[in-house]
Design a protein. Structure first.
Length: 523
């Protein structure tokens, strides 16, 4: 595999991973323990926290959307086709790093000042974000994807949007906030057995690079909440090169109780700078487990209890204009023994057809197909497709996932070698939709005795009723009556108790449709 570190899902058994060509690389070897899994890292000369000198990015097309707030219009994906500048990798100390995995969650810890603070100090949940774009005559044209909160602005890899004056809590300005700490949490944790962890860590980016803030490793969780930290490390980006050229941006705010981000001002062009913070920089030593990291304002020092964010001072006036984070990167310069050239997903009704191709394979046992539904869920193994072992020729694969409920699904491939080492490949996302105003699945079993069931779904919110009629047109039962959630499959059961043998009609009635099907009860 080309990664120096492999990740296991929570229910996987421990596996020891080995690497080849270590002697040829003439580098030191140390081990990283992910959960209960011992993994080798290859370490070049040790170096400290360092500036990022270059980034590799992908320009992603953005879907167009618009909304109005307080007589102002916001157009996202404008000018078309829009542009989310996604971070794929970066260079630090002449080493190239690329993306390995994202945190499981971001949690922003806010705290209202007990004494009230300066005039205009925010309370409750306020959002202050910025997006690349222009703002004039009450119209904001924003090329980036729309985000609905500060959490969304900070939990991604886009380099042309972020959080504005993130930790500013003492000016009473329109962009002041009440954020005391930002947690990026990896639920499973990462444990290390060697202190020289300079090839694994987190990039931290800021607009302009003119502010100082803090970062600390989360060393323990209690109920998913950080309750232990490593040393607080001061971060400053102002001496490094500009990684993303100066761009115009628009400041947005959303006060507590409001529902939409409102554009408030046009910012002068500024670029993006960044620093790489390795595990070693965060003070992680042999045997410790890292559960992610937290960011702090400049007014928080090592003398403060980092767990108790309610005790932090309210003296920050700089704030830092943070760019999205929460992503773990590794140095890599090897090629994949299994070179995946394509991975695609095609929706066919309620089925999804997955296809992928490899250019060559070495010791390839096969691919686990993993699937998750919705953004907050975990990947689950759905099936396995056997590989071709070792071959210099291109190979094609396919796998079909059937009878999915309407919704958003993400798929990924976990390629595994015969020796147990594995690699996660890039994800693909699809949306399974209802093709018409409603969907009515066949009754199963049919004929039935003593019971049967079927499913239905509707595209929009409306009152729905499902009745059972005999062949004389008399209603004998109401099977369902309510307002189902749009796009969600509803299961309806037919109980044959008290009914005579024979044919019946199931009738689904909505606001603008009626659909029937026949079912037979055999006793």
């Amino acid at each position: 595999m080309n990664r120096f570190c492999k990740f296991l899902s929570f229910n996987e058994a421990p596996t020891v991973f080995n690497r080849s060509s270590i002697a040829a690389r003439q580098k030191h070897v140390f081990m990283v323990l992910i959960g209960a899994v011992l993994l080798p890292f290859i370490v070049p000369v040790t170096y400290g926290q360092t500036q990022i000198t270059a980034v590799s990015t992908t320009s992603q097309t953005v879907s167009s959307s618009s909304y109005s707030v307080n007589s102002k219009t916001v157009n996202h994906g404008a000018p078309a086709p829009g542009n989310d500048l996604r971070l794929d990798g970066f260079t630090a100390n002449s080493l190239v790093f690329d993306h390995e995995m994202a945190a499981d969650q971001i949690v922003i810890r806010r705290y209202d000042p007990p004494s009230g603070g300066p005039t205009g100090t925010p309370f409750g949940t306020k959002h202050t974000v910025y997006n690349q774009g222009t703002y004039s005559s009450n119209i904001a044209n924003i090329p980036t994807e729309r985000v609905l909160s500060e959490e969304e602005a900070l939990f991604n890899r886009a380099l042309n949007r972020g959080s504005n004056n993130t930790f500013d809590n003492n000016r009473g300005a329109v962009t002041s906030n009440n954020i005391e700490r930002i947690d990026f949490i990896f639920n499973a944790g990462v444990s290390v057995t060697d202190p020289q962890l300079t090839l694994a860590g987190f990039p931290v980016f800021e607009r302009s690079g003119g502010n100082t803030f803090g970062i600390a490793a989360i060393t323990s969780l209690n109920g998913g909440v950080p309750d232990g930290y490593g040393p607080l490390v001061s971060v400053s980006n102002n001496t490094g090169p500009t990684l993303v050229a100066d761009f115009s941006y628009v400041d947005f705010k959303q006060e507590d109780g409001e529902t939409l981000l409102e554009p408030i001002s046009q910012g002068s062009p500024q670029g993006i700078k960044g620093v790489f913070v390795s595990f070693q920089d965060l003070g992680i030593t042999a045997g410790q487990t890292l559960y992610g990291y937290s960011l702090f304002g400049e007014d928080v020092t090592g003398s403060h209890n980092l767990v108790n964010y309610q005790s932090f001072p309210k003296t920050e006036t700089g704030g830092a204009d943070l760019v999205g984070g929460g992503h773990f990167f590794l140095e890599t310069n090897e090629t994949l023994p299994v070179e995946l050239t394509t991975f695609e997903a095609l929706v066919d009704g309620r089925d999804v057809q997955l296809t992928w191709e490899t250019a060559s394979e070495t010791n390839n046992a096969g691919f686990f197909v993993e699937m998750k539904e919705n953004a907050g869920s975990l990947f689950q193994q759905h099936g396995f497709v056997e590989g071709f072992g070792t071959t210099a020729f291109a190979q094609s694969y396919q796998y079909r996932v059937e009878a999915l409920d309407p919704g958003r699904y993400t798929f990924r491939l976990k390629q595994i070698d015969f020796d147990g080492t594995f690699e996660y490949h890039p994800e693909v996302e699809v949306v399974v939709e209802i093709a018409r105003r409603f969907l009515l699945e066949p009754v199963y079993p049919n004929p039935f005795n003593p019971s049967a069931q079927f499913q239905f779904a509707v595209m929009r919110r409306q009152a729905v009723r499902v009745d059972l009629y005999d062949m004389q047109g008399q209603r004998v039962k109401t099977l369902y009556e309510g307002v189902p959630s749009p796009g969600q499959m509803q299961t309806v059961y037919i109980d044959g108790q008290g009914l005579s043998s024979g044919a019946y009609v199931v009738r689904l009635t909505g606001a603008q449709f009626v659909k029937s099907q026949t079912v037979t009860l055999l006793k």
